[in-house]
Write a protein of this length. Structure first.
Length: 129
């Protein structure tokens, strides 16, 4: 069974424009692919219709079937992430196996006031919400 993983270096879910987003792409495949691509992209969904725009791509040609590779993307100035009553705009890193088109994604927020929250689980003492 194929496994694809994306690890963000700082385990954050919010980034500001112009920051460098660092991470690692890891895969364990049954056979070596022709290529693997890491995409920085944003997506918008309006009343159930979705559209994606690829901003940057890092390509790993003829990689072995199992490997871990680091990547970094310089984040653009926008568009900013938002959630509205009729529309959503978000950001993602995608890892795509070629030519099979198998993929995984990690989502994050981009904006000048994006909460720099960490993705680790926060434990609360017993009896507290």
């Amino acid at each position: 069974m194929n496994q694809l993983r994306i690890h963000l270096a700082e385990h954050r879910s919010g980034f500001r424009p112009g920051e460098v987003l660092r991470g690692a792409a890891e895969w364990q495949l049954e056979r070596a692919p022709a290529a693997i691509e890491a995409h920085l992209c944003w997506f918008v969904e309006v009343q159930g219709l979705a559209e994606t725009r690829r901003v940057q791509t890092i390509r790993f040609d003829r990689p072995p079937a199992s490997e871990k590779r680091e990547f970094e993307f310089q984040l653009p100035e926008g568009p900013y992430s938002f959630v509205g009553a009729l529309a959503v705009l978000g950001w993602a890193i995608e890892l795509v196996v070629l030519p099979d088109m198998e993929f995984t994604q990690v989502f994050f927020n981009l904006g000048p006031h994006a909460a720099v929250s960490f993705l680790r689980q926060q434990l609360q003492p017993a009896g507290e919400p």
